[in-house]
Design a binder for this molecule. Structure first.
Ligand SMILES: *Cc1c(COP(=O)(O)O)cnc(C)c1O
Length: 371
């Protein structure tokens, strides 16, 4: 086989101007939460059309702060999808609350909204849906159910900056939205996160608990409650700001590549669908292999053939800690999440890839499947 370079699952697109933006902050000597963080919060809030954006140190800290300021803790239940990155459940567990898992819709990989109401009990405090792989869940229905039962909605939009339903951005529907800037997401600061809300009071508290519980009262520091240090550094904010300038172009490019996959991949795979009036941002291009295919073997063979592919997300109630603690039978209760976890495959899709490389990946995949 010809020597072609390995195509990894993901390479962040860090350009010279992004590096320069970071270097400028480093040279200025003002390293933590300063004017770049302020600017980032303003730019993202304007872009999303929401009143407040609050930058934090990562997407898990962001979810944790959301639960914390909503007063969710011991004795409370939070409804989450059974399929997600493990952090979604971990934060619920770590504030002392109980995650209540709901299976996903196998077509969208998002929470099956028809199963939410049966999971609500007198202890339910919030629904925390995930917009998985860059596609919004049926967030309007989630909000309708939440309103009816007087529950909070926290949108785990870690993967879905820029995704829309009917021209409204994810992260602006619920009480609080949460984003991540991990290198696997659309824009990265290495580690980074961001909260969104239209609620002035919540925004104020998020800012206070992000920074040791400090409130500035007439220019004077007051320690008004115990807080965390979940601040973002100014050089990370500069890195996000710089990439954010070309964000719409990045998504448009990924859209072209995703369509190429959808049109050219053979039908041995179940391909992702985008419901009408939804805008997918393709944080991950996630397909399902058929029943005959050993997914893990395929991952290994693809890596040997020079393409980094990986599984998509965890069926959380089936992961060791959650399985031992809650003893839920995932085969019976969460068959779709289990299927996505066992048959799901993420293909490379990012800014630096070209249509030619996508065709190479498809070729490699077809050959590997036929072996
Ligand atoms: C990435 C991710 C997180 C965690 O974000 P970090 O910035 O890595 O802490 C949480 N939830 C989901 C759905 C994610 O994909």
């Amino acid at each position: 086989m010809a020597e072609t370079p390995f195509i990894p699952l993901m390479i962040p697109d860090i350009q010279q101007q992004d590096i320069d933006a970071v270097a400028d902050v480093l040279k200025s000597g003002m390293l933590v939460q300063g004017e770049k963080v302020d600017q980032l919060e303003k730019n993202i809030a304007d872009y999303l059309g929401i009143k407040h954006a609050i930058a934090v140190s990562n997407g898990t800290a962001s979810l944790h702060l959301a639960l914390h300021v909503l007063g969710i803790g011991r004795g409370d239940e939070v409804i989450i999808p059974a399929l997600s990155y493990i952090a979604t459940a971990n934060v619920v567990e770590l504030v002392g609350a109980t995650p209540i898992f709901v299976d996903i819709d196998i077509k969208t990989f998002n929470i099956d909204v028809s199963k939410i109401e049966q999971a609500i009990t007198p202890n339910t405090k919030a629904i925390m849906p995930v917009h998985e792989f860059g596609l919004s869940c049926d967030i309007n229905e989630v909000c309708r159910i939440a309103k009816k039962h007087n529950l909070f909605v926290i949108e785990d939009a870690a993967c879905a900056l820029g995704a829309k339903v009917n021209d409204q951005f994810t992260g602006t529907f619920g009480d609080i939205g949460s984003f991540s800037f991990h290198p696997r997401k659309a824009i990265t600061s290495g580690e980074g996160g961001l909260l969104t809300t239209n609620n002035d009071e919540l925004a104020n508290r998020l800012r206070i608990v992000r920074n040791h519980g400090i409130e500035l009262v007439q220019g004077k520091m007051e320690f008004v409650e115990p807080g965390f240090n979940y601040r973002m550094t100014d050089f990370q904010a500069a890195l996000v700001l710089s990439q954010f300038q070309r964000f719409d172009k990045t998504i448009a490019h990924k859209q072209v590549l995703a369509e190429l996959y959808i049109n050219e991949l053979s039908k041995t795979f179940e391909l992702p669908i985008v419901p009408i009036n939804y805008k997918h941002t393709w944080q991950s291009f996630h397909i399902l292999v058929d029943d005959q295919t050993d997914r893990d073997e395929l991952i290994t063979k693809m890596k040997l053939a020079g393409v980094g592919v990986n599984l998509g997300a965890q069926c959380i109630p089936n992961e060791k800690y959650y399985k031992q603690k809650y003893k839920l039978n995932s085969e019976l209760l969460f068959p779709n999440a289990l299927k996505a976890n066992q048959k799901g495959l993420v293909l490379p899709l990012y800014e630096k890839l070209t249509p030619k490389l996508i065709m190479d990946i498809i070729d490699t995949l077809n050959k590997t499947i036929d072996e």
